[in-house]
Design a protein around this ligand. Structure first.
Ligand SMILES: Cc1ncc(C[n+]2csc(CCOP(=O)(O)OP(=O)(O)O)c2C)c(N)n1
Ligand code: SF4
Ligand SMILES: [Mg+2]
Length: 311
């Protein structure tokens, strides 16, 4: 897709525009799946037709959080589990921005689980990429919400006694209007899914399986995937919540039994986004908040008036 330059001429967008001029040396380990997310995202951007100046990438904390350092756009490396609230505020203030939030499984499904649930429920228009390596990577391999039952780590030396979270089902029941799973070993599908997620108007959740060769060699993120849309074994309607839910449960059960099912699981194109709902109630102005003019003197006077009245 194309964009327009400063003097209004149409031009092609190139994936290399998303590589910072002073390219920082990525500190991800060799073979890390996080490289796959970066590559797929850079490839998807020209398809979506957005330039770095029109894009905001908000990340959490973890190996995954470093994504915003290696991707050229507006960026915000936030705190652990808090990428979504930052992304929501930015989208509310400037709805014209292409907003992407990204973080790890510990970040998004653990400490930030509450924000995940409510951002999905409210259908904020953004793409949320969760790097799912089934462990806490940055802090050296502790058990995470997606680690399988029995998974041994420094924090669970006898094996985890907990059932892993079901990210796809959780997104669906919370209210996400687009839900997909892809994998770093799966670059073509990953690019297609990220493109579709960004083009979707509403909350798009992508559970992105990323291998961590340093701390989690046992995870199934390496094994060949089956695309549920391309396979004759799976015939379901991605616009039907019930059928999507059944398919998600199959995929979530299969993951820990060694079969990786990826692809699109749910897509609701009719549900209005949070911003549309807010504008319909008259609660949100048409003009972006980011472009509102604030008269500082007037605002101060208003504050003093308010204080006087409450004395
Ligand atoms: C509030 C808070 N608690 C704990 C930490 C320590 N911490 C940093 S990264 C991390 C886990 C990262 O795991 P995950 O989110 O899965 O990302 P990954 O490194 O695997 O990409 C933790 C616990 C922190 N930075 N902030
Ligand atoms: S520790 Fe794991 S997740 Fe982190 S950079 Fe290394 S391979 Fe990637
Ligand atoms: Mg992780």
């Amino acid at each position: 897709m194309s964009a327009f330059n400063a003097i209004g001429e149409e031009r092609e967008i190139d994936r290399d525009e998303f590589t910072p001029e002073i390219e920082p040396q990525a500190t991800w380990c060799p073979g890390c799946g996080d490289f796959g997310v970066l590559k797929a995202l850079k490839q998807a951007m020209p398809e979506v037709g957005r330039t770095p100046e029109e894009t905001l990438l908000v990340t959490g904390i973890g190996c995954s959080g470093k994504l915003s350092s290696y991707f050229k756009s507006y960026g915000f490396h936030s705190i652990h589990g808090r990428a979504l609230p930052v992304a929501r505020a930015a989208k509310m203030a400037n709805p014209d921005l292409e907003v992407i939030a990204a973080g790890g499984d510990g970040d998004g499904y653990g400490i930030g689980g509450n924000h995940f649930m409510h951002t999905a429920r409210e259908n904020h228009d953004m793409t949320y990429i969760v790097f799912d390596n089934e462990i806490f990577g940055l802090t050296k391999g502790q058990t995470s919400p997606t680690s399988p039952k029995g998974h041994k780590s420094k924090t669970q030396p006898h094996g985890s006694a907990k059932q892993p979270i079901r990210p796809l089902s959780l997104a669906l029941t919370s209210g996400a209007s687009y839900v997909a799973r892809t994998a770093a070993v799966n670059p073509n599908q990953a690019k297609e899914i990220l493109t579709e997620a960004m083009e979707h108007d509403g909350f798009a959740h992508v559970d992105f399986l990323t291998q961590c060769p340093t701390w989690n060699k046992d995870a199934k993120q390496y094994v060949p995937y089956i695309d549920v849309q391309d396979s004759d074994d799976y015939d379901f309607d991605i616009t039907d919540r019930g059928e999507a839910s059944e398919m998600m449960q199959k995929a979530e059960n299969a993951l820990y039994e060694g079969e990786v099912l990826t692809g699109r699981f749910y897509h609701d194109e009719d549900r209005p986004s949070y911003q549309e709902e807010k504008q319909a109630t008259g609660d949100m102005p048409e003009e972006p908040l980011a472009e509102r003019y604030f008269d500082d003197d007037y605002e101060w006077e208003r504050s003093y008036d308010l204080l006087e009245r409450h004395k």
